[in-house]
Design a protein. Structure first.
Length: 236
């Protein structure tokens, strides 16, 4: 069976979406920047399961030598994002439907209930910070910049959990988010992307109104998009 070709320089299926694979910003830590970019490409579905990639090919796209790219790919192997294919490079691994369901349900159980406590204690300066982060998600969605969208989304949700004050919870959720695959993200309609982005502002609205149960319900639905829109399935 033939393997998917490497989709670099443009997001597969979306001519308006920006690729995670491209020249790195000056001064960036090369290995870390490459690892972050490739992981975003894998999570978003730009590099779908089964895709073969090589350090030299990616290095040319990033505009760096192959050494930091190879180091980044080996670290992604340890994290379960890719497998080594002898004499060929690395193959993007697949997250099964059962794995994805388990990740989503666990995230809902871990992230949603704390909204009740956060709603009771949210301070104006923290709400303002969340607003800024929520707007960064909307801004990225409006130009279909998926790497920026995912980075801003991660920043918002981890900041939200910081307000709960449980460092182990933050570490667990961050790891679960990194294991998630959203292969439908590269083909999602802009309307759905913007609708999901707007939910972050709605969540802050509910927290400011001290509606913890409403915030919990909204976040549960929001995380559930991983099994819906983000997996290429329609939602009501």
């Amino acid at each position: 069976m033939s393997q998917p070709s490497v989709q670099l320089g443009a997001v597969a299926g979306r001519s308006d979406a920006q690729s995670a694979i491209g020249p790195l910003a000056p001064g960036a830590s090369l290995r870390g920047a490459v690892e972050d970019a490739v992981s975003v490409a894998i999570v978003s579905g730009e590099l779908p399961p089964g895709t073969l990639v090589s350090a030299p090919t990616l290095a040319a796209k990033f505009g760096v030598s192959a050494t930091p790219v190879r180091e980044a790919l080996l670290n992604l192997q340890k994290r379960g994002f890719v497998d080594v294919v002898r004499n060929k490079g690395f193959r993007v691994t697949e997250v099964s439907e059962q794995d994805l369901w388990e990740i989503v349900r666990l995230r809902q159980q871990l992230e949603a209930p704390p909204m009740r406590d956060i709603a009771r204690t949210l301070q104006p300066e923290a709400a303002d910070d969340l607003r800024i982060k929520a707007q960064a998600i909307v801004d990225a969605a409006s130009v279909v910049d998926l790497p920026a969208y995912l980075a801003a989304d991660m920043a918002f949700h981890l900041r939200l959990l910081e307000l709960h004050g449980n460092r182990r919870l933050i570490a667990l959720v961050k790891e679960l988010r990194q294991q998630t695959r959203m292969v439908g993200l590269v083909e999602i309609g802009t309307a759905e992307l913007l609708r999901s982005a707007a939910e972050h502002h709605s969540l802050v609205d509910l927290l400011e109104m001290r509606d913890g149960r409403g915030a919990e319900a909204l976040l549960t639905t929001h995380i559930g998009h991983v099994l819906g829109w983000w997996s290429g399935r329609p939602e009501n």
